[in-house]
Write a protein that binds this ligand. Sequence first.
Ligand code: ZN
Ligand code: ZN
Length: 401
Amino acid sequence: MKYQIEEIRSRVDDIFDEVVEFRRELHMYPELSEQECETAKRIQSRLKQIGVEFTPDVAGHGVVGTIYGQNREKAVGIRADIDALPITEQTDFPYKSQTPGIMHACGHDIHTAILYGTAKILSEMKEQLPGSVKLFFQPSEETVGGAKQMIEEGCLAHPEVQSVIGLHVDSGIPAGAVLFTPGAMNAASCEFYVTVMGKSCHGAHPDEGIDPLIPACNMVTALQSIITRRLDPADTGLITVGQFHSGTKNNVIPGETKFSGIIRTLNLENREKLKEEIKRICHGIAVAHGATVDVEFFDSYPSLENDDQLYQWMQVAAEKALGSENIVVQSKPSLGADDFSYFCHESRGLYYMIGTGLTDGRESFSIHSEFFNPDEECIRTGILTEVVGALKILEEESKTW
Ligand SMILES: [Zn+2]
Ligand SMILES: [Zn+2]
């Protein structure tokens, strides 16, 4: 399809104030993960106003909108997370959070408003769209991973979604710019819980019992050798023990020691590998000390790996919209996690960052800060890149339909 980038830019300028106003409304009334009830209603009422069909209550309070284009069977997906954090806002914005203890400190209010703006522009162009567009207003990113549940509830079907794009704010990049990370971008994670069982006894007669603390301490240090000796040195991984608990009194050998932590890797194979190694080391050390051990794993988000083809398309589209001086490409992944990764495994996915950094010399506070102060100019960048990105993907994918 043919479109003039100038036309899209001026449409974004036309709706900018309205989208900022929607963002501020969301910002004033934040809701925690799995409780985004009013937020969902606000989204639904906006979609109704612009005539976009939607399914409410997906994965809890998620909303899936569909803009039907020429092909009603095939679509591109765009995702925005909608939940807030348990933080008391300390800024003095007139639109600061009205709910003590809850704040949109991760910018999900911005993501949501941007997706609404994108929907507004794309729905005005629907007759020209080669395929359809699905809008994933996704709950519970900060806790249980609403993306997984949305996919399980069928958001990638009817119309069928081959590719999903999503964005996240980043105060480390100046407002107006975007950052792409080709390939691996975020880690796969897995929590582990270790219980070492010994035999309790008097502290003056340790030989009469089995002290679980000694093997447990050995395990914590030995786990670090997995990273340097069992993982391919060219790969990246982390094992962090964040909790360690044992005992009740200074002169008692406890019967049990518990510790727990988290594994992070850049692919799923290494996550499995580290789990096996942790089990082996813990069992070996327990046996050496005459103790027993129980190791449990709970997989969290999978790795976020950006699709190469989508990256190429988005890069071309974003460059056209923002100019090459506003595109940053960085191949260095972060071992943080984001549940957008589920879309990367169940479809093709491309996640990118939009800069919210202030450009007037004032300090930019980062996401999850009670002082988070994004430059709302990022909303323009966000809508522009989502619109041109979706158009580019539909144009390219429709060649194969
Ligand atoms: Zn967050
Ligand atoms: Zn976030």
